[in-house]
Design a protein around this ligand. Structure first.
Ligand code: NAP
Length: 243
């Protein structure tokens, strides 16, 4: 499959490497140009590109800071009409500045979809970089971690779920994009490393009103003086604040 990834940071570059290793044709772009990706793509089949990551893609993965999504409309205008577009982004107002519609309750990926002018599938947003890097298992492995997926197109979600499996994780369908607040920061499904059965319960238990304050409290606890960020500590904190 031809996969274009826009955003080559923690998540985009890891996805590129995993999907390349699984035999997909991966193009990867960032904002600084292909030369800056030389180290990332060295020794892989990944092609570092300028603006053409989406041109002939079957799947385009957007993995940029949330507030940068509007910048991607131009690149996506060149993507094939049938390409499936995936959003990995999460809204953190301290980083992204406040976006009134999202503050007002519009699900993050609904906003992103409006900005980029394409239907989106929300995926890979609810796992830590470290989880993606370290915790993937073969399909069928006991206690394999599951991640949620949202979107309005069942066929697109099925295809993205297959790609998620290649990256080491099971998938739980969390419903439509309008329901995708259930996998946003501050919810029990967000970066809590659950199995599929546990994740289904977590999605059901999500509280839309509480999630933003949970998110902000979690971020405040990570930035306390002397706080050390570890995968286990972050998962425990996420679980405890969102319970
Ligand atoms: N980190 C996590 O644990 C995690 C987990 C799940 C989801 N997420 C979400 O996934 C998204 C990416 O996270 P990350 O941690 O990978 O971010 P990151 O390390 O900050 O990387 C962001 C990438 O986006 C690129 N970028 C920014 N604006 C762009 C533009 N206009 N065109 C093309 N590329 C652009 C940057 O390129 P330059 O460096 O060249 O500017 C960089 O490669 C965020 O929304 C984040 O909230 C993060």
């Amino acid at each position: 499959m031809k996969i274009g990834i826009i955003g080559a940071g923690n998540i985009g570059s890891l996805l590129a490497k995993k999907l390349d290793a699984a035999g997909h044709q991966v193009k990867l772009a960032n904002s600084r140009g292909p030369e800056s990706l030389a180290d990332t793509v060295a020794g892989t089949g990944i092609q570092a590109v300028e603006g053409e990551a989406a041109v002939d893609a079957d799947v385009v993965i957007l993995s940029v800071p949330f507030a940068k999504n509007p910048d991607l409309a131009t690149v996506l205008a060149g993507a094939p009409a049938g390409a499936i577009v995936v959003d990995t982004s999460n809204y953190y107002p301290a980083r992204d500045s406040k976006i009134p519609e999202v503050e007002g309750g519009k699900p993050e990926t609904v906003w992103a979809s409006e900005q980029v002018g394409r239907p989106l599938v929300k995926a890979w947003n609810a796992l830590l970089t470290q989880t993606l890097a370290e915790a993937g298992l073969e399909a069928g492995a006991p206690d394999r971690i599951a991640i949620p997926i949202s979107g309005d197109d069942a066929a697109a979600k099925a295809l993205v779920s297959d790609l998620i499996s290649v990256t080491g994780f099971d998938t739980v369908d969390a419903g439509t994009l309008e329901e995708s607040w259930r996998l946003q920061p501050g919810t029990p499904a967000y970066c809590t490393e659950l199995t599929a059965d546990e994740l289904k319960a977590a999605l059901t238990a999500a509280d839309k009103k509480r999630a933003p304050s949970n998110r902000d409290a979690i971020m405040a606890s990570f930035s306390k003086p002397g706080a050390e960020f570890t995968r286990a500590g972050a998962v425990a904190t996420n679980r405890s604040f969102s319970a």
